[in-house]
Ligand binder design. Structure first.
Ligand SMILES: NC(=O)c1ccc[n+]([C@@H]2O[C@H](COP(=O)([O-])OP(=O)(O)OC[C@H]3O[C@@H](n4cnc5c(N)ncnc54)[C@H](OP(=O)(O)O)[C@@H]3O)[C@@H](O)[C@H]2O)c1
Length: 263
C-alpha cells in the first residue's frame, strides 16, 4: 500500500538481518528499493519480496569486500534507478569471531576493516553520482556503539562495563570490530564535511542490540536469553530517525531511539 511519496532507497547487506528488514519495511511503505547483496538469487527473504512487490524491488549483486564488485554494483544500481537514489542504507557488515581484544587475528582484523570501513566508503564513493541526482540526498552508515571511542573510554573508568550489554565480558572483546566501526564513524564525519556544500546528509546509526545472526552471536557469547530488539522493532525505530533527518544532522551519530551517541 503506497502511503507516502515514493522514494528510492538502496540497502546493502540486504540478504538477511537488519538489511532485509529495511527492505521489507521500505517496500511496505510503498517505496522503491534496490536490495544489494552478495548472492541476491540465494536470499530466500528477497525472493518472496520480489514475488510480492514486483518492479518496486530491484536486486543487485554486491560484495563490499571487493572494490570491483562495488563498481559493478553501482553501475547496476544506476541502470535500475536512472533518476538516482534518495537514501543509501550502508548496512552490510561482519563482527568477526568474538575473541578477547588481546587475541585478535591479524588477517581477520584486516577483513573486518575492509568490509566494515573501506567497503562502505567505496560504496559511498561509487554511488555518489546517483545520490546527487536524488531528492533526499541521505547516507546512513550502520555503525555500532561498539565503535564509540568516547563510550569505550568512559567504560574504562567504570570498570569496563559495556553500555549496550552492561557486560564487562563483552567490553574486553572485538577490537577489530570496534576499530572498524570507529573507522566507519570517521568516514561519516569526513563525508558529511565534504558533502555539506552539495546538500548531502551523512550520519552513523547504531541499530541497538538486535536478534539477527550477528546479534545472536553476542547473545550466545554472553549467555543471555535474547537480544532486546527484534529486527522489525529496530528498523521501525531507525526509520523514524531517518525520516526526520535534515542537513543540520549531518555528521551525527544516532542510536535507534534518536539519541546522539558519543564518537
Ligand atoms: N545485530 C546487532 O545487534 C547489531 C548491533 C550493532 C550494529 N550492527 C550492525 O548492523 C549491520 C547489520 O548487521 P546484522 O545484525 O543484520 O548482521 P547479520 O544478520 O549477520 O547480516 C549481515 C549482512 O551483511 C552482509 N554481508 C556480510 N559481508 C558482506 C560482504 N562482504 N558483502 C556484502 N554483504 C555482506 C550479509 O550478507 P550474506 O548473507 O551474504 O552473508 C548480511 O546480509 C552491520 O553493519 C552490523 O555491524 C548490528
Amino acid at each position: 500500500m503506497a502511503l507516502e511519496k515514493q522514494l528510492v532507497y538502496a540497502v546493502t547487506g540486504a540478504s538477511r538481518g537488519i538489511g532485509l528488514q529495511y527492505v521489507v519495511q521500505l517496500l511496505e511503505r510503498g517505496h522503491k528499493v534496490v536490495a544489494a547483496a552478495r548472492n541476491p538469487d540465494k536470499a530466500e527473504g528477497l525472493a518472496s519480496l520480489a514475488v510480492k512487490y514486483g518492479d518496486a524491488l530491484a536486486m543487485v549483486s554486491l560484495d563490499v569486500g571487493d572494490p570491483a564488485s562495488i563498481k559493478a554494483a553501482a553501475a547496476s544500481i544506476g541502470k535500475a534507478c536512472p533518476d538516482g537514489i534518495d537514501v543509501l542504507i550502508n548496512n552490510a557488515g561482519i563482527s568477526g569471531t568474538i575473541v578477547e581484544s588481546t587475541e585478535q587475528d591479524a588477517d581477520e582484523f584486516r577483513d573486518i576493516l575492509m568490509i566494515n570501513t573501506l567497503g562502505p566508503y567505496l560504496v559511498i564513493k561509487e554511488v555518489l553520482p546517483l545520490i546527487r541526482r536524488g531528492t533526499k540526498k541521505q547516507i546512513v552508515n550502520i555503525s555500532s556503539s561498539a565503535g564509540s571511542i568516547g563510550t569505550e573510554a568512559k567504560n574504562l573508568r567504570r570498570g569496563g562495563e559495556c553500555i549496550v550489554t552492561h557486560a564487562p565480558s563483552m567490553a574486553t572483546k572485538q577490537v577489530g570490530y570496534r576499530a572498524s566501526k570507529a573507522g566507519l564513524n570517521a568516514v561519516t564525519v569526513a563525508m558529511a564535511v565534504a558533502l555539506e556544500k552539495d546538500g548531502i546528509t551523512v550520519i552513523s546509526m547504531c541499530p541497538g542490540w538486535v536478534a539477527t545472526d550477528m546479534g545472536n552471536t553476542a547473545t550466545e557469547a554472553l549467555k543471555v536469553d535474547r537480544a532486546p530488539l527484534t529486527p522489525r522493532e529496530s528498523v521501525s525505530f531507525q526509520l523514524e530517525v531517518v525520516d526526520g533527518l535534515t542537513l543540520e544532522n549531518s555528521g551525527s551519530f544516532f542510536n535507534h531511539q534518536g539519541d546522539v551517541v558519543l564518537y
